[in-house]
Design a protein around this ligand. Structure first.
Ligand SMILES: Cc1ncc(COP(=O)(O)O)c(C=O)c1O
Length: 456
């Protein structure tokens, strides 16, 4: 059976064309209350008002497949769903059923559930080179746990992170290194050092400057830039020569690049790796996987100092484990990854045609792998432009597409992709005019802003 031929998507084109997306009254009424009650009006900065154009729907009421409906009943095709966590689709029946079945059996007991072992086994079959795994709720928690484990294992304090990659954790060791570091003591962020991606010399320099003090190297094997030939292997070799732990953050790449993660895709096995997002199709579940000699420090039955590793009240809620087991099963059974790459490629081809037809080469660019497409927007002087990003998103939203990225899911069928491409074409027509005549005439509200900035 092929799950991606979902009921909602089959009629997508017709519904979207006839939808009346003029009424946002309920969303508009709720917005001030949200900001009064919740700092930022939302629980994730990336979902905040400052990340979307003024005409973006304020609140989502429900989703099905790759479609969402806002509070006023307006329908949209959505991309990058749930910050890339919802890889199969919203309310994806088999996953919801698996979680629900488990919820009726209880979600949290005084002793572990068998599901913890089942999911560990299922996951470790896919992640080459990992001998043990520990589950948690958030990506940040497992990446921070990997850093703590590396520090304990090496007896060192410093952490080297890839400075060209945007995010690893909400915790102080990482956020301290960003623009938005209020509230974090300098002593904490002085322990985090940055190297450049694809620049082995910059990492070697850190190891030389801080000889014997770097506990670990934290990086995504690949984000938007592709690794130069041999680079990842050289990073691993350097880590091993200098006695540091190599940690791959697979939050985005995991279950997207390859079933075995970007590490399998590139054939470079780190000592520890962290997963989240796609692991549970949006259910809160993340994982720290790695070599036994490091991971075991968080366990029983050794005589070294004990590492407090990911022990939380909700860490192994059974319904999230059941959702992850079912998600992994579907990934294997349905060739989900192949589908993500194929649909991304279909979209890329169509968007590139639109770029050419609207003479937008060098002004609008699609970047990244087909399974993880993002776009860059540049102004008339070919400088990166948040205003043009806002304009593009504004025109998509006006036509029924919410796209902070073009990251596809298993629910984006051909009709959704083709409808999106038509919408992109129309948005590109406006983009071209804005380049020629000035953006002021076309942009309705204030531009979006980067999340990590010092001041509002
Ligand atoms: C690469 C990467 N690592 C870690 C995280 C943190 O994951 P979480 O938001 O689940 O804490 C994110 C979140 O966006 C991410 O993109």
């Amino acid at each position: 059976m092929s799950w991606h031929k979902s009921d909602s998507s089959a009629v997508a084109g017709a519904i979207l064309r006839s939808a009346d997306r003029n009424d946002f009254s309920k969303s508009r009424a709720l917005r001030p209350k949200a900001h009064e009650l919740i700092p930022g009006g939302a629980h994730t900065y990336a979902k905040g008002d400052d990340q979307f154009p003024a005409n973006a729907p304020g609140f989502i009421a429900r989703g099905k497949g790759c479609h969402v409906w806002d509070l006023d009943g307006n329908e949209f095709i959505e991309y990058g769903m749930g910050l890339r966590a919802v890889t199969l689709g919203h309310a994806f029946e088999p996953v919801v059923e698996a979680a629900y079945r488990q919820m009726k059996l209880g979600i949290n007991f005084s002793r572990p559930a068998k599901l913890e072992v089942d999911l560990a086994e299922s996951m470790l079959e896919l992640i080459d080179g990992a001998d043990m795994v520990k589950f948690a709720k958030n990506g940040s928690d497992v990446t921070t746990a990997a850093v703590k484990l590396a520090r304990a294992y090496t007896g060192r304090d410093l952490v080297a992170i890839c400075g060209d990659q945007p995010f690893f954790s909400i915790d102080d060791w990482f956020i301290g290194s960003t623009e938005m570091n209020a509230g974090i003591p300098q002593a904490i962020f002085e322990m985090t050092l940055k190297f450049r991606y694809n620049d082995l010399a910059s990492l070697r320099e850190l190891f030389d400057q801080h000889s014997g003090k770097i506990a670990c190297v934290v990086m995504e094997a690949e984000a938007i830039a592709l690794p130069a030939a041999g680079y990842l292997n050289q990073v691993k070799q350097l880590c091993e020569e200098r006695g540091a732990v190599l940690i791959f953050d697979e939050m985005i790449t995991g279950f997207r690049w390859h079933l075995g993660g970007a590490q399998k895709f590139h054939g470079v096995i780190p000592h520890l790796s962290t997963f989240g997002k796609a692991l549970g199709n949006g259910f809160a579940i993340s994982a720290l996987a790695g070599k036994r000699d490091i991971m075991r420090l968080g366990g029983l039955g050794h005589d070294q100092a004990r590492v407090f590793l990911l022990s939380t009240t909700h860490g192994a809620e059974t319904h999230a484990l059941a959702a992850a087991l079912e998600t992994i099963r579907l990934y294997c059974e349905q060739n989900v990854i192949e589908f993500l790459w194929r649909q991304g490629e279909r979209l890329r081809t169509l968007v590139n045609q639109s770029i050419a037809e609207n003479r937008l080469e060098g002004f609008f660019e699609l970047l990244g792998r087909p399974c993880n497409l993002v776009f860059a927007t540049l102004d008339q002087d070919r400088n990166r432009s948040q205003a043009f990003r806002t304009l593009f998103m504004q025109e998509l939203i006006r036509r029924g597409v919410i796209a902070p990225s073009f990251v596809v899911s298993f629910s984006h069928n051909d009709a959704d992709i083709d409808r999106t491409a038509e919408t992109v074409y129309e948005a590109h027509v406006i983009y071209r005019k804005a380049l020629d005549e000035g953006i002021g005439k076309y942009l309705d509200g204030r531009p979006v802003k980067p999340v990590n900035r010092e001041y509002n």
